[in-house]
Design a protein around this ligand. Structure first.
Ligand SMILES: [Zn+2]
Ligand SMILES: [Zn+2]
Length: 281
């Protein structure tokens, strides 16, 4: 059984529609795929419909932008109740922050001498409710300012760079209980990727477990073999679920093909057993 628990569609910053993503997951030989768009659950309905059609199991989820010790940390939530009022309210705040941020980034880039407009960004984000930095990055690439998304993030859009603008993110310590309160299962995405190792030590992970954290994504392209081995040890010590995923973004991210990392079926069963809502509810 092949299980990939972290993918993005055009409901956030992936390039495939939710339906196409699920179709591709089935052709890639996956038995289970989780759709985990950034701060958005809007792709679930379409993904579910296609999953039924092609005979693959869809796990509805999302990847929430949180803050922990001055760093951005991504939290995966599986099977939360999408109608939970507290969760919906907090996601609205995150999305509002993101919406207000894009014009601010465009203004900052223009002040830096880059000839980019909000229309250029809108053209890249299409119907996404979560237009954000990846779409600015795509616009910069299309305008020839940079080669690709990676270069845009490496030179213009990250903290300390000319096009970086801070935005609202929930505190991780608040979001974990909120997600659990909505019946979901909380798993830290790529805990040691992108510099977040400094704020997510074994000790910090133990504290997050006390708040309701269920698992950590160990097998992710941002983690070296040594990171993975160490994280696996921490997960065993803390009795956390271990997941593995592609973090697929369609054409939006290289080296993240569907199924490039997978989750062990036993770990997947444990994760499902922790959700309040059944998989097909
Ligand atoms: Zn992430
Ligand atoms: Zn992701």
């Amino acid at each position: 059984m092949r299980i990939d628990l972290h993918t993005h569609s055009s409901a956030s910053d992936g390039t495939d529609t939710p339906g196409d993503l699920v179709r591709e997951a089935a052709s890639a030989g996956l038995d289970v795929v989780a759709l985990t768009d950034h701060d958005a659950m809007s792709g679930w309905a379409e993904a579910r419909e296609v999953a039924d059609e092609v005979g693959i199991t869809l796990v509805p989820g999302l990847e929430i932008s949180t803050r922990h010790g001055h760093r951005g940390v991504h939290l995966l939530g599986y099977l939360p109740d999408p109608t939970d009022p507290a969760l919906a309210l907090e996601l609205d705040r995150i999305l509002e922050g993101r919406t207000a941020r894009t014009p601010a980034i465009v203004a900052a880039l223009r002040a830096h001498g880059v000839d980019i407009t909000e229309d250029d960004v809108r053209r890249e984000s299409g119907g996404s409710v979560a237009a954000g930095r990846p779409h600015v990055a795509d616009a910069l690439a299309r305008l020839g300012v940079v080669r690709d998304r990676t270069e845009a993030f490496a030179t213009l859009l990250s903290p300390g760079q000319p096009g970086y603008v801070n935005r609202y993110a929930s505190a991780l310590e608040d979001m974990i209980p909120l997600l659990v309160g909505a019946g979901g299962v909380a798993v830290l995405a790529h805990p040691w990727g992108r510099g977040s190792r400094s704020v997510l030590s074994a000790e910090a992970l133990a504290g997050l477990k006390d708040l309701g954290l269920a698992g950590i994504e160990v097998d992710h392209q941002d983690h070296s073999a040594a990171d993975r081995a160490e994280l696996r040890g921490i997960a065993a010590d803390l009795d956390l679920v271990v997941t593995g995923s592609s973090d697929h973004h369609g054409l939006g991210k290289v080296d993240h093909d569907l199924g490039v990392n997978t989750t062990d079926p036993e770990q997947y069963d444990r994760l499902l057993s922790l959700a309040r809502n059944p998989l097909d509810g």
